[in-house]
Ligand binder design. Sequence first.
Ligand code: BTN
Length: 253
Amino acid sequence: QIGLGTNRFGKEVVYEETVSSTQQIAHRLANEGASEGTIVVAEEQVSGKGRLSRSWHSPKFTGIWMSIILRPIIPIDKAPQLTLLAAVAVVQAIEEVTDTLPQIKWPNDILINGKKVTGILTEMQAESDGIHSVIIGIGINVNTKQDDFPDDLKEKATSIQIEQGKSISRAKLIQVLLLRLEKIYDLYLEKGFSPIKQLWEGYAVTIGRDIIATTLTGTITGRALGITEEGVLLLEDNKGEVHKIYSADISLA
Ligand code: BTN
């Protein structure tokens, strides 16, 4: 194992060649009492999970398919902040080890040159007494080649290798990512969401632009104003009414 330089994150690593989904394993370990910062990484996922019940294409040896267990002592309604926090850490890590300029599309897609390179899935286990665990799943297309993507993804998905024209070390990227994650998580526990919100908004592509938000109940078009302290997206429609968007797919109008 590589020397990580972290205090807690990645001290316990469960590494598997092929799994159904690292999320599933992380949930099980969390229930069995695994400590905060435990990570599950796999070379391949045969049923990788995406947001909104989608699947996540996770071919062997090409990407980082990782789940991390967190046990924050925060109110349940603050949990979405952790997704935004993770997105900032991923952007910082990709910036550090590549010469690409990643950006964030609310809530948690990471794009390079407008195409998706990373998805983040946050799942929480909570009871009436609070949060038991939060599992943050991060999928990064690292050395994926254009041909590795199924046809329906070719238009909108990309990888670090495709964008930068050369492959990079996945081990190095994981190492930098865990350091960044731990650092920003500690900042969050100490100072709250404000500094994270500022970092996040600095990387966001959608803020200040006209977007289309497709929610479960319909479509809203308007200007993305920013995010709230809870990580909710604020959208101003053409009548000047401001909508709070909790969950949606966003595209530029
Ligand atoms: C999205 O829909 O954008 C989120 C994708 C999240 C994928 C990652 S890969 C590691 C972890 N295990 C999963 O099954 N999903 C997440």
